[in-house]
Ligand binder design. Structure first.
Ligand code: FAD
Length: 309
C-alpha cells in the first residue's frame, strides 16, 4: 500500500518523470503495455488482436491537459484514430476509451462545456463508423463531472459507456442508478488514490464491493463490462451472468494490453467476449505508473532506476 501510494503520488512529479523516461527498463515496460506512439501502431495492434479473436478498446494517451489547444488536439487525435480504424475495417472489433481530462474536463469553469463539446464530436464520429465510446473514470474529483457528462451526452449518444470504480463507497449507488438504464458500464477496482474516508482501503473490501456491483449490473438492464485480471472475480462474473440468464453477448470481459495475455486468449477461446484495452501515444508516463502501482512484481525496475539518481 505504501509503495502503491508512492507510485501514484509520483505520477504527478515532473522530476521523477524525467528519470523514468530516461530509464531503459521503463522503455521495455512501455513496449509491453503500450501499442506504440502513433495511431497506426494502435490500429496494427487492434488488427493483430482481432486475428486472435480479441476485441479492443483504444485509448489515446494523455490526461489533465493544461490548455484548450491540447484538448482540441486530443479530440482530433480520436477523430483521426476512428477514421483509420474504419479504413482498416476494424470498427466491428474496436471501440475507443476517452479520459474526460484529456478533452479538457479539468480546465477550470469552462472545462465541463469544453469536454462535452469534444466528446460530442468523438461520439458522433464513432457512431458514423459504427462503433462506441467509453468514458474512463479518473480521480475522485472527476467522478461527479464524468457521470454528468454521461447523462448529458447519452441523450444524443445512447451507446456511450462509462467506467466505475468499486473502491469508492459511492459507486454502489451509482451502479444501482446505471443498472436501471441500458448503459454500458465498465466495472473496475480503481487505479487512483481516493480519500480513505470515502473509499474502501482493504483489498478484500474493494473486492467485496466489486462483487456487489457485479451482481447489481448482471441483474439489471445495463451492459456489464467486467474489467479485471482477477481470476476469482472473473469466475464470479461468469457464474452471475449464467444465473441471471445473460448469454455471451450480454456482457463482456476486459483486460489491459500486456496483462495476462495467455488468459485473454484462453477466455476468448472459451467463447467469452474478451476486450483488450489498448493505449497508444507519447504521453505514457501517468498510465505506466498506475500499471506499476497495481503490480508490485513490476516495480523492481523503477526502484533500481531511481536509486541511481
Ligand atoms: P488486482 O487486485 O490488481 O489483481 C488481482 C489478481 O489478479 C492478482 O492477485 C493476480 O492474481 C491477478 N493479476 C492481476 N494482474 C495480473 C497480471 N498482470 N498478470 C497476472 N496476474 C494478474 N481504473 C480506473 O480507475 N479507471 C478506469 O477507467 C480504468 N479502466 C480500466 C480498463 C480495463 C480494461 C482494465 C482491465 C482496468 C482498468 N482500470 C481502470 C484499472 C483498474 O482499476 C485496476 O487498477 C486494475 O485492473 C488492476 O486491478 P485488477 O482488477 O486487475 O485486480
Amino acid at each position: 500500500m505504501v509503495l502503491r501510494n508512492a507510485l501514484l503520488a509520483a505520477s504527478g512529479s515532473g522530476r521523477l518523470r524525467a528519470a523514468v523516461e530516461r530509464s531503459a527498463a521503463a522503455r521495455s515496460m512501455v513496449r509491453r503495455f503500450i501499442a506504440g506512439e502513433e495511431a497506426d501502431d494502435a490500429v496494427r495492434t487492434v488488427g493483430e488482436l482481432a486475428g486472435q479473436g480479441l476485441l479492443a478498446t483504444v485509448d489515446r494517451l494523455g490526461e489533465d491537459v493544461g490548455h484548450p489547444a491540447a484538448a482540441e488536439e486530443a479530440v482530433r487525435g480520436y477523430l483521426g484514430l476512428l477514421e483509420r480504424l474504419d479504413d482498416a475495417g476494424l470498427t466491428g472489433a474496436a471501440e475507443v476509451s476517452v479520459k474526460p481530462s484529456a478533452v479538457g474536463l479539468a480546465l477550470g469553469p469552462e472545462g465541463g462545456a469544453l469536454a462535452r463539446a469534444g466528446l460530442d464530436r468523438i461520439c458522433a464520429a464513432a457512431a458514423e463508423v459504427g462503433t462506441t465510446v467509453t468514458l474512463d473514470m479518473e480521480d475522485e474529483a472527476a467522478v461527479e463531472p464524468t457521470l454528468g457528462l454521461l447523462r448529458a451526452l447519452r441523450e444524443r449518444h445512447p451507446s456511450l459507456g462509462v467506467a466505475v470504480q468499486s473502491y469508492l463507497r459511492r459507486t454502489e449507488d451509482d451502479v444501482r442508478a446505471l443498472a436501471a438504464q441500458r448503459v454500458r458500464v465498465r466495472l473496475v477496482k480503481g487505479a487512483y488514490a481516493p480519500d480513505p474516508e470515502r473509499a474502501h482501503t482493504a483489498r478484500r473490501d474493494v473486492d467485496a464491493a466489486y462483487v456487489r456491483c457485479l451482481r447489481t449490473l448482471m441483474a439489471g438492464e445495463a451492459y456489464p463490462m467486467v474489467a479485471t485480471h482477477d481470476p476469482r472475480l472473473i469466475g464470479i462474473a461468469r457464474a452471475l451472468a449464467a444465473r441471471y440468464g445473460r448469454d455471451r453477448k450480454g456482457y463482456e470481459l476486459q483486460m489491459i494490453y500486456g496483462a495476462r495475455p495467455d488468459e485473454q486468449l484462453r477466455l476468448a477461446a472459451a467463447g467469452e467476449r474478451m476486450r483488450v484495452y489498448v493505449p497508444y501515444g507519447r504521453d505514457w508516463y501517468g498510465y505506466l505508473l498506475r500499471r506499476l502501482a497495481e503490480r508490485p512484481a513490476n516495480v523492481g525496475f523503477a526502484a533500481r532506476s531511481l536509486a541511481t539518481r
